[in-house]
Design a protein around this ligand. Sequence first.
Ligand SMILES: Nc1nc2c(ncn2[C@@H]2O[C@H](COP(=O)(O)OP(=O)(O)OP(=O)(O)O)[C@@H](O)[C@H]2O)c(=O)[nH]1
Ligand SMILES: [Mg+2]
Length: 380
Amino acid sequence: MLVGIVGCPNSGKSTFLKSLTLTEVEIASYPFTTVKPNQGVGFVKTPCPCKKLGVSCNPQNSRCEDGTRFVPVKLLDVAGLVPGAHEGKGLGNQFLGDLIQASGLIHVLDSSGKTNAEGKPEEGYDPSKTIGVLEYEIDEWIRDISSKSFEKSKKLAETQKIPIEKLLAKQLSGLGITENDVKLAMKKASPEDHEFASVLRGISKPILIAANKIDLSESQENFEKINKGAIPCSAESELALREAEKHGMIKYVAGSDKFEIVSDKLNEKQKQGLGFIKKNVLEKYGSTGIQNCLNKLVFEMLEQIVVYPVANINKFSDTKGNVLPDAYLVRRGTTLKEFAAKVHTDIAESFIGGLDPEKKKIGANYELKDGDVIEILFKK
Ligand SMILES: Nc1nc2c(ncn2[C@@H]2O[C@H](COP(=O)(O)OP(=O)(O)OP(=O)(O)O)[C@@H](O)[C@H]2O)c(=O)[nH]1
Ligand SMILES: [Mg+2]
């Protein structure tokens, strides 16, 4: 799963990535700081089944802290987007090309209204304007590719008698668009219609709006105007808290509404900075919002659930004895058979079913539920 971090120049995209990953990236108060995309691994938070099952776990592909599982998600922070990007303005084509495989996007906008869509300082700019700019640029880019693909697919469909949605999906698979996405989009618009690209983008690349820089006094009023399910957040505050935690100054769990100072070596400036975050971000908004953004995109908008495959259901372990070793993100509605093929690509043909923690047999068409722990059974 890849999540793209997008937005106008200088909105705080690289800070957002760094606050989730502590990856070293360049951050500066001028536009086009990022030229080459920055990659990192962030984590979504979910209750770990270890508590309910009364066991202590040894995660291998993820992390567990106090019964909360942190499941990895790849993140990509790209160059700032400006109006005209789909025609190559700014670092346009490069930016859009980098995002090709993202399953969903987080649009980081500067809600203080101090930076316009070009990334230039402008007092009193209405930040909600950048939402339309970003959607338009991405739609135009998809429109360009999908209309060319449609022409090709139409010809092939006539000569080879293959359904057009199959051919079109094949042509668009490079954009991370599936046959199901195309089918759903075709229920709402014809591929010949102008709005087809927007419908397809809405289905295949949902966008979550992160109203960043909420710590600045100008932001609150603007936030009320932004709406559209936006999440108020402060990447700079999350980064400061994560850095302070890394250096042993505070105790802080990503996404929480509080921190605790545990060191007596803090200087006055550091104490003041932490006090500012407490008063203007945590107490006002309940958290820095950064973790909420990732969780909401992955679990609500991309409809992912977490499933835990094990080799031995009696011990909830893998063959080496690691308890609840792996957490997999899969789309809601995935069947056990589809999941088995994902986990064990090489032996998928010998799949026969599964077992749940009560040792009950589960059939191939069982729809997986969030938090399921399952032993997948194969013919020996
Ligand atoms: N007050 C405040 N400033 C922030 C926040 N997040 C980022 N900034 C500042 O905004 C400026 C731009 O941050 P970057 O992370 O470099 O922004 P970017 O969107 O990656 O910029 P480009 O790569 O140039 O497109 C820097 O001065 C950051 O310190 C925030 O939550 N609050
Ligand atoms: Mg950047």
